[in-house]
Ligand binder design. Structure first.
Ligand code: COI
Length: 411
Protein backbone atom coordinates (compact mmCIF):
# COMPACT_ATOMS: atom_id res chain seq x y z
CA UNK A 1 0.00 0.00 0.00
CA UNK A 2 1.26 3.47 -0.78
CA UNK A 3 1.79 5.95 1.96
CA UNK A 4 -0.34 9.05 2.33
CA UNK A 5 -3.44 8.79 4.46
CA UNK A 6 -2.93 7.22 7.85
CA UNK A 7 -5.70 4.96 9.03
CA UNK A 8 -6.24 4.83 12.74
CA UNK A 9 -7.48 1.47 13.94
CA UNK A 10 -10.68 1.77 15.95
CA UNK A 11 -11.14 0.04 19.26
CA UNK A 12 -12.83 -3.23 18.42
CA UNK A 13 -12.57 -5.73 21.22
CA UNK A 14 -14.10 -8.58 19.26
CA UNK A 15 -11.94 -11.32 17.83
CA UNK A 16 -12.80 -11.88 14.17
CA UNK A 17 -14.78 -14.94 13.14
CA UNK A 18 -13.37 -17.96 11.39
CA UNK A 19 -13.68 -16.53 7.90
CA UNK A 20 -11.49 -13.63 8.96
CA UNK A 21 -9.08 -16.27 10.20
CA UNK A 22 -8.95 -17.82 6.77
CA UNK A 23 -8.49 -14.48 5.10
CA UNK A 24 -5.63 -13.73 7.41
CA UNK A 25 -4.00 -17.03 6.56
CA UNK A 26 -4.34 -16.02 2.90
CA UNK A 27 -2.58 -12.75 3.87
CA UNK A 28 -5.64 -10.66 3.00
CA UNK A 29 -6.08 -9.45 6.56
CA UNK A 30 -3.73 -7.80 9.01
CA UNK A 31 -3.45 -9.39 12.44
CA UNK A 32 -6.28 -8.44 14.80
CA UNK A 33 -5.60 -5.64 17.23
CA UNK A 34 -5.00 -6.22 20.91
CA UNK A 35 -8.17 -6.90 22.84
CA UNK A 36 -9.24 -4.53 25.55
CA UNK A 37 -11.34 -5.40 28.59
CA UNK A 38 -11.88 -8.85 27.23
CA UNK A 39 -14.40 -10.77 29.30
CA UNK A 40 -15.22 -14.37 28.72
CA UNK A 41 -18.82 -15.00 27.89
CA UNK A 42 -20.71 -16.44 30.80
CA UNK A 43 -22.92 -18.84 28.85
CA UNK A 44 -21.56 -18.96 25.38
CA UNK A 45 -21.34 -22.23 23.54
CA UNK A 46 -18.29 -20.72 21.88
CA UNK A 47 -16.12 -19.76 24.78
CA UNK A 48 -13.07 -20.13 22.60
CA UNK A 49 -14.15 -17.30 20.33
CA UNK A 50 -16.90 -15.47 22.11
CA UNK A 51 -18.13 -12.37 20.34
CA UNK A 52 -18.48 -8.91 21.75
CA UNK A 53 -20.38 -5.94 20.56
CA UNK A 54 -19.12 -2.38 20.85
CA UNK A 55 -20.08 -2.51 24.53
CA UNK A 56 -18.31 -5.81 25.07
CA UNK A 57 -21.55 -7.71 25.51
CA UNK A 58 -21.59 -11.32 24.52
CA UNK A 59 -23.80 -12.94 21.95
CA UNK A 60 -24.43 -16.58 21.33
CA UNK A 61 -26.33 -16.34 18.06
CA UNK A 62 -24.47 -18.46 15.54
CA UNK A 63 -24.84 -19.23 11.86
CA UNK A 64 -23.12 -21.54 9.41
CA UNK A 65 -20.20 -19.97 7.60
CA UNK A 66 -19.73 -20.86 3.95
CA UNK A 67 -16.17 -19.59 4.15
CA UNK A 68 -15.02 -21.93 6.84
CA UNK A 69 -17.66 -24.64 7.29
CA UNK A 70 -17.61 -23.65 10.95
CA UNK A 71 -20.39 -21.83 12.73
CA UNK A 72 -19.81 -18.11 13.09
CA UNK A 73 -21.19 -16.17 16.00
CA UNK A 74 -23.06 -13.08 14.99
CA UNK A 75 -22.39 -9.64 16.38
CA UNK A 76 -24.45 -8.85 19.43
CA UNK A 77 -26.92 -6.37 18.06
CA UNK A 78 -30.70 -6.25 17.88
CA UNK A 79 -31.17 -8.03 14.56
CA UNK A 80 -34.95 -7.60 14.75
CA UNK A 81 -34.82 -3.83 14.72
CA UNK A 82 -32.26 -2.87 12.12
CA UNK A 83 -32.85 0.47 10.46
CA UNK A 84 -30.65 2.14 7.89
CA UNK A 85 -27.93 3.53 10.14
CA UNK A 86 -24.18 3.21 10.38
CA UNK A 87 -22.66 0.63 12.69
CA UNK A 88 -18.95 0.30 13.08
CA UNK A 89 -17.95 -3.14 11.84
CA UNK A 90 -14.60 -4.97 11.92
CA UNK A 91 -12.73 -4.29 8.68
CA UNK A 92 -12.61 -1.92 5.73
CA UNK A 93 -10.80 -2.26 2.43
CA UNK A 94 -8.32 0.33 1.16
CA UNK A 95 -6.55 0.65 -2.19
CA UNK A 96 -4.66 3.70 -3.39
CA UNK A 97 -3.14 4.99 -6.59
CA UNK A 98 -1.62 8.16 -8.01
CA UNK A 99 -3.20 10.32 -10.70
CA UNK A 100 -2.36 8.87 -14.12
CA UNK A 101 -1.73 5.41 -12.69
CA UNK A 102 -3.86 2.32 -12.15
CA UNK A 103 -4.99 0.75 -8.93
CA UNK A 104 -2.96 -2.35 -8.27
CA UNK A 105 -3.08 -3.74 -4.76
CA UNK A 106 -5.37 -3.13 -1.82
CA UNK A 107 -5.69 -4.54 1.65
CA UNK A 108 -8.11 -5.00 4.50
CA UNK A 109 -7.56 -2.86 7.55
CA UNK A 110 -9.34 -2.58 10.85
CA UNK A 111 -12.36 -0.31 10.46
CA UNK A 112 -11.62 3.16 11.74
CA UNK A 113 -11.24 6.83 10.95
CA UNK A 114 -9.12 7.94 8.04
CA UNK A 115 -6.76 10.89 8.00
CA UNK A 116 -6.98 13.35 5.11
CA UNK A 117 -5.09 16.46 4.10
CA UNK A 118 -7.30 19.54 4.59
CA UNK A 119 -6.70 20.20 0.90
CA UNK A 120 -7.74 16.73 -0.29
CA UNK A 121 -9.58 16.90 -3.61
CA UNK A 122 -12.68 15.31 -2.17
CA UNK A 123 -12.97 17.84 0.67
CA UNK A 124 -12.36 20.92 -1.43
CA UNK A 125 -13.78 20.14 -4.84
CA UNK A 126 -16.08 17.16 -4.26
CA UNK A 127 -14.03 14.78 -6.37
CA UNK A 128 -15.69 11.64 -5.10
CA UNK A 129 -18.10 8.86 -5.98
CA UNK A 130 -19.85 6.22 -3.96
CA UNK A 131 -21.60 2.96 -4.64
CA UNK A 132 -24.08 0.87 -2.72
CA UNK A 133 -24.76 -2.85 -2.85
CA UNK A 134 -25.88 -5.53 -0.43
CA UNK A 135 -24.88 -8.97 0.81
CA UNK A 136 -27.63 -11.32 2.00
CA UNK A 137 -27.31 -14.38 4.17
CA UNK A 138 -29.23 -17.38 2.90
CA UNK A 139 -30.94 -19.88 5.18
CA UNK A 140 -28.25 -22.46 4.37
CA UNK A 141 -25.60 -19.98 5.49
CA UNK A 142 -24.36 -19.02 2.03
CA UNK A 143 -23.72 -15.34 1.43
CA UNK A 144 -25.09 -13.73 -1.72
CA UNK A 145 -24.16 -10.58 -3.59
CA UNK A 146 -26.52 -9.04 -6.13
CA UNK A 147 -24.91 -8.01 -9.44
CA UNK A 148 -21.70 -6.55 -7.95
CA UNK A 149 -20.11 -6.20 -11.39
CA UNK A 150 -22.86 -3.72 -12.29
CA UNK A 151 -21.74 -1.48 -9.42
CA UNK A 152 -18.15 -1.86 -10.59
CA UNK A 153 -19.07 -0.74 -14.08
CA UNK A 154 -21.14 2.17 -12.83
CA UNK A 155 -18.24 3.31 -10.67
CA UNK A 156 -15.95 3.18 -13.70
CA UNK A 157 -18.40 5.28 -15.70
CA UNK A 158 -18.63 7.83 -12.90
CA UNK A 159 -14.86 7.89 -12.46
CA UNK A 160 -14.43 8.80 -16.09
CA UNK A 161 -16.84 11.75 -15.63
CA UNK A 162 -15.11 12.89 -12.44
CA UNK A 163 -11.55 12.55 -13.84
CA UNK A 164 -10.53 9.79 -11.46
CA UNK A 165 -8.80 6.46 -11.96
CA UNK A 166 -10.99 3.50 -10.99
CA UNK A 167 -10.52 -0.13 -10.01
CA UNK A 168 -11.15 -2.74 -12.69
CA UNK A 169 -14.38 -4.73 -12.45
CA UNK A 170 -12.41 -7.72 -11.08
CA UNK A 171 -10.58 -5.58 -8.52
CA UNK A 172 -13.88 -4.10 -7.38
CA UNK A 173 -15.67 -7.43 -7.07
CA UNK A 174 -12.76 -9.14 -5.30
CA UNK A 175 -12.46 -6.24 -2.87
CA UNK A 176 -16.19 -6.41 -2.12
CA UNK A 177 -15.99 -10.16 -1.50
CA UNK A 178 -12.98 -9.81 0.81
CA UNK A 179 -14.64 -7.02 2.80
CA UNK A 180 -17.88 -8.96 3.19
CA UNK A 181 -16.12 -12.13 4.34
CA UNK A 182 -13.95 -10.21 6.78
CA UNK A 183 -17.12 -8.74 8.31
CA UNK A 184 -19.13 -11.93 8.09
CA UNK A 185 -20.48 -11.76 11.63
CA UNK A 186 -22.24 -8.49 10.76
CA UNK A 187 -24.35 -10.02 7.99
CA UNK A 188 -27.88 -10.27 9.38
CA UNK A 189 -29.49 -13.70 9.77
CA UNK A 190 -31.60 -14.75 6.77
CA UNK A 191 -34.71 -12.63 6.48
CA UNK A 192 -33.61 -9.97 8.98
CA UNK A 193 -31.88 -7.52 6.65
CA UNK A 194 -28.64 -7.31 4.73
CA UNK A 195 -25.09 -6.09 4.92
CA UNK A 196 -24.96 -2.76 3.09
CA UNK A 197 -21.67 -2.36 1.25
CA UNK A 198 -20.46 1.18 0.61
CA UNK A 199 -17.54 1.53 -1.81
CA UNK A 200 -16.05 5.03 -2.05
CA UNK A 201 -13.71 6.43 -4.68
CA UNK A 202 -12.14 9.71 -3.65
CA UNK A 203 -9.49 12.19 -4.60
CA UNK A 204 -7.46 12.04 -1.39
CA UNK A 205 -4.33 13.82 -2.62
CA UNK A 206 -3.79 17.49 -1.74
CA UNK A 207 -4.70 20.20 -4.28
CA UNK A 208 -5.26 23.93 -4.00
CA UNK A 209 -5.80 25.15 -7.55
CA UNK A 210 -8.79 23.49 -9.18
CA UNK A 211 -7.48 20.28 -10.71
CA UNK A 212 -7.77 16.52 -10.31
CA UNK A 213 -6.20 15.33 -7.07
CA UNK A 214 -2.72 13.77 -7.29
CA UNK A 215 -3.76 10.65 -5.33
CA UNK A 216 -6.93 8.50 -5.09
CA UNK A 217 -8.31 6.09 -2.53
CA UNK A 218 -10.79 3.31 -3.12
CA UNK A 219 -12.33 2.33 0.22
CA UNK A 220 -15.10 -0.10 1.15
CA UNK A 221 -16.91 -0.22 4.44
CA UNK A 222 -20.02 -2.12 5.45
CA UNK A 223 -22.89 -1.86 7.88
CA UNK A 224 -25.81 -4.18 8.67
CA UNK A 225 -29.10 -2.60 7.61
CA UNK A 226 -32.84 -3.11 7.61
CA UNK A 227 -35.44 -0.95 5.91
CA UNK A 228 -34.38 2.40 4.50
CA UNK A 229 -37.49 4.43 5.19
CA UNK A 230 -38.82 4.77 8.70
CA UNK A 231 -42.13 3.54 7.29
CA UNK A 232 -40.47 0.11 6.88
CA UNK A 233 -42.24 -1.69 4.07
CA UNK A 234 -45.31 0.48 4.43
CA UNK A 235 -46.00 2.92 1.58
CA UNK A 236 -44.12 6.21 1.57
CA UNK A 237 -45.61 9.66 0.99
CA UNK A 238 -43.80 11.87 -1.50
CA UNK A 239 -44.05 15.52 -2.38
CA UNK A 240 -43.17 16.81 -5.84
CA UNK A 241 -40.50 19.51 -5.61
CA UNK A 242 -41.28 22.38 -7.96
CA UNK A 243 -38.52 24.89 -7.10
CA UNK A 244 -35.28 22.98 -6.54
CA UNK A 245 -33.76 20.53 -8.97
CA UNK A 246 -31.51 17.57 -8.44
CA UNK A 247 -29.66 17.64 -11.76
CA UNK A 248 -29.29 19.52 -15.02
CA UNK A 249 -28.50 18.33 -18.56
CA UNK A 250 -24.76 18.09 -19.02
CA UNK A 251 -24.20 17.91 -15.27
CA UNK A 252 -23.40 14.94 -13.08
CA UNK A 253 -26.89 13.69 -12.18
CA UNK A 254 -26.27 10.44 -14.04
CA UNK A 255 -23.26 9.42 -11.95
CA UNK A 256 -23.09 8.61 -8.28
CA UNK A 257 -21.03 11.57 -7.22
CA UNK A 258 -21.26 12.70 -3.62
CA UNK A 259 -22.40 16.23 -4.48
CA UNK A 260 -25.63 14.97 -6.03
CA UNK A 261 -26.71 13.84 -2.61
CA UNK A 262 -25.78 16.93 -0.61
CA UNK A 263 -27.76 18.90 -3.17
CA UNK A 264 -31.05 17.26 -2.20
CA UNK A 265 -30.77 17.71 1.55
CA UNK A 266 -32.50 21.08 1.70
CA UNK A 267 -35.63 20.03 -0.17
CA UNK A 268 -35.66 16.68 1.58
CA UNK A 269 -35.37 18.30 5.01
CA UNK A 270 -38.23 20.69 4.25
CA UNK A 271 -40.40 17.80 3.04
CA UNK A 272 -39.68 15.71 6.11
CA UNK A 273 -40.48 18.63 8.36
CA UNK A 274 -43.93 18.66 6.75
CA UNK A 275 -44.37 14.92 7.36
CA UNK A 276 -43.48 13.59 3.90
CA UNK A 277 -41.10 10.68 3.48
CA UNK A 278 -39.08 12.24 0.65
CA UNK A 279 -39.06 14.45 -2.43
CA UNK A 280 -39.74 13.61 -6.07
CA UNK A 281 -37.77 15.84 -8.47
CA UNK A 282 -38.86 17.16 -11.83
CA UNK A 283 -36.64 17.91 -14.83
CA UNK A 284 -34.99 21.31 -14.68
CA UNK A 285 -35.80 22.33 -18.28
CA UNK A 286 -39.54 21.75 -18.73
CA UNK A 287 -40.26 21.35 -15.02
CA UNK A 288 -42.89 18.73 -15.80
CA UNK A 289 -41.18 15.37 -16.33
CA UNK A 290 -40.26 13.03 -13.49
CA UNK A 291 -36.62 12.58 -12.64
CA UNK A 292 -36.04 10.63 -9.41
CA UNK A 293 -36.53 10.68 -5.66
CA UNK A 294 -33.56 11.82 -3.53
CA UNK A 295 -32.19 8.33 -3.12
CA UNK A 296 -34.06 6.15 -5.59
CA UNK A 297 -35.64 5.81 -9.04
CA UNK A 298 -39.38 6.09 -9.63
CA UNK A 299 -41.85 3.93 -11.59
CA UNK A 300 -45.50 4.47 -12.50
CA UNK A 301 -47.94 1.66 -13.25
CA UNK A 302 -50.97 2.05 -15.49
CA UNK A 303 -52.79 -1.17 -16.37
CA UNK A 304 -50.20 -3.64 -17.60
CA UNK A 305 -47.64 -0.94 -18.45
CA UNK A 306 -44.79 0.00 -16.14
CA UNK A 307 -42.99 3.22 -17.04
CA UNK A 308 -39.93 4.92 -15.66
CA UNK A 309 -37.96 8.03 -16.73
CA UNK A 310 -35.36 7.22 -19.38
CA UNK A 311 -31.67 7.49 -18.53
CA UNK A 312 -30.43 10.61 -20.31
CA UNK A 313 -27.70 11.93 -18.04
CA UNK A 314 -29.78 13.49 -15.27
CA UNK A 315 -31.06 10.28 -13.67
CA UNK A 316 -29.01 7.72 -11.84
CA UNK A 317 -28.87 4.41 -13.74
CA UNK A 318 -30.02 2.32 -10.79
CA UNK A 319 -29.12 -1.35 -10.71
CA UNK A 320 -32.40 -2.17 -8.97
CA UNK A 321 -34.15 -0.03 -11.61
CA UNK A 322 -32.55 -2.04 -14.41
CA UNK A 323 -33.29 -5.34 -12.65
CA UNK A 324 -36.93 -4.46 -12.06
CA UNK A 325 -37.39 -3.64 -15.74
CA UNK A 326 -36.13 -7.14 -16.60
CA UNK A 327 -38.14 -8.85 -13.87
CA UNK A 328 -41.30 -6.99 -14.96
CA UNK A 329 -40.73 -7.99 -18.58
CA UNK A 330 -40.24 -11.61 -17.57
CA UNK A 331 -43.57 -11.46 -15.71
CA UNK A 332 -45.47 -10.28 -18.77
CA UNK A 333 -45.65 -6.54 -18.08
CA UNK A 334 -44.95 -4.01 -20.80
CA UNK A 335 -42.10 -1.74 -19.73
CA UNK A 336 -41.30 1.72 -21.03
CA UNK A 337 -38.30 3.98 -20.44
CA UNK A 338 -39.33 7.44 -21.61
CA UNK A 339 -40.36 10.90 -20.48
CA UNK A 340 -43.03 10.47 -17.78
CA UNK A 341 -45.03 13.60 -17.00
CA UNK A 342 -46.29 14.67 -13.64
CA UNK A 343 -49.87 14.39 -15.01
CA UNK A 344 -49.30 10.70 -15.74
CA UNK A 345 -47.93 10.28 -12.26
CA UNK A 346 -51.08 11.70 -10.73
CA UNK A 347 -53.21 9.49 -12.98
CA UNK A 348 -51.28 6.25 -12.29
CA UNK A 349 -52.73 3.10 -10.72
CA UNK A 350 -49.61 2.58 -8.64
CA UNK A 351 -46.28 4.26 -8.04
CA UNK A 352 -43.17 2.70 -6.54
CA UNK A 353 -39.52 3.54 -6.02
CA UNK A 354 -36.47 1.34 -6.48
CA UNK A 355 -32.91 1.53 -5.23
CA UNK A 356 -30.32 -0.62 -3.51
CA UNK A 357 -31.06 0.92 -0.15
CA UNK A 358 -34.84 1.18 -0.54
CA UNK A 359 -35.19 -2.07 -2.60
CA UNK A 360 -38.79 -1.47 -3.77
CA UNK A 361 -40.83 0.99 -1.84
CA UNK A 362 -44.52 1.39 -2.65
CA UNK A 363 -45.71 4.98 -2.78
CA UNK A 364 -48.90 5.57 -0.84
CA UNK A 365 -49.46 9.17 -1.89
CA UNK A 366 -48.02 11.97 -3.98
CA UNK A 367 -48.60 15.64 -3.23
CA UNK A 368 -48.15 18.11 -6.07
CA UNK A 369 -48.99 21.79 -5.68
CA UNK A 370 -51.29 21.08 -2.74
CA UNK A 371 -53.10 18.27 -4.56
CA UNK A 372 -52.74 14.87 -2.90
CA UNK A 373 -53.30 11.63 -4.80
CA UNK A 374 -53.35 8.23 -3.06
CA UNK A 375 -52.44 4.87 -4.58
CA UNK A 376 -52.56 1.18 -3.81
CA UNK A 377 -55.11 -1.07 -2.17
CA UNK A 378 -56.59 -0.85 1.31
CA UNK A 379 -53.13 -1.10 2.89
CA UNK A 380 -51.74 1.29 0.30
CA UNK A 381 -49.60 -1.38 -1.35
CA UNK A 382 -50.44 -1.94 -5.00
CA UNK A 383 -50.61 -5.42 -6.51
CA UNK A 384 -47.86 -4.80 -9.04
CA UNK A 385 -45.48 -3.26 -6.51
CA UNK A 386 -46.09 -6.24 -4.21
CA UNK A 387 -45.55 -8.75 -7.00
CA UNK A 388 -42.30 -7.17 -8.17
CA UNK A 389 -41.05 -6.73 -4.61
CA UNK A 390 -41.59 -10.44 -3.92
CA UNK A 391 -39.96 -11.51 -7.17
CA UNK A 392 -36.87 -9.35 -6.70
CA UNK A 393 -36.28 -9.94 -3.01
CA UNK A 394 -36.79 -13.72 -3.33
CA UNK A 395 -34.08 -13.67 -5.94
CA UNK A 396 -31.75 -11.48 -3.90
CA UNK A 397 -32.18 -13.64 -0.80
CA UNK A 398 -31.71 -16.89 -2.70
CA UNK A 399 -35.27 -18.08 -2.17
CA UNK A 400 -35.92 -18.59 -5.88
CA UNK A 401 -33.79 -19.95 -8.68
CA UNK A 402 -31.53 -17.31 -10.23
CA UNK A 403 -32.49 -17.71 -13.88
CA UNK A 404 -31.02 -14.28 -14.66
CA UNK A 405 -27.48 -15.14 -13.51
CA UNK A 406 -27.43 -12.11 -11.19
CA UNK A 407 -26.38 -13.71 -7.94
CA UNK A 408 -22.76 -14.11 -6.86
CA UNK A 409 -22.40 -16.68 -4.08
CA UNK A 410 -19.53 -16.28 -1.65
CA UNK A 411 -18.26 -19.72 -0.78
C1 COI B 1 -28.38 3.24 -2.47
O1 COI B 1 -29.54 2.97 -2.73
O2 COI B 1 -27.54 2.35 -2.27
C2 COI B 1 -27.91 4.61 -2.45
O3 COI B 1 -26.80 4.82 -2.76
C3 COI B 1 -28.77 5.70 -1.96
C4 COI B 1 -28.21 6.29 -0.73
C5 COI B 1 -28.64 7.70 -0.61
C6 COI B 1 -28.57 5.52 0.49
Amino acid sequence: MESGAVFAAGLHPNPPPCSAHLLRRAKLLPPPPKLFSLQLPKQSHFASFGNYNNNNNVTSLKVASPASNVAVELADIDWDNLGFGIMNTDYMYIMKCSHGENFSKGELQRFGNIELSPSAGILNYGQGLFEGLKAYRKHDGNILLFRPEENAQRLRMGAERMCMPSPTVDQFVEAVKATVLANERWIPPAGKGSLYIRPLLMGTGAVLGLAPAPEYTFLIYVSPVGNYFKEGLAPINLIVETEMHRATPGGTGGVKTIGNYAAVLKAQGAAKAKGYSDVLYLDSVHKKYLEEVSSCNVFVVKGNVISTPAIKGTILPGITRKSILDVALSQGFKVEERLVSVEELLDADEVFCTGTAVVISPVGSITHLNKRVSYGGSDGVGRVSQQLYSALTSLQMGLTEDKMGWIVELK
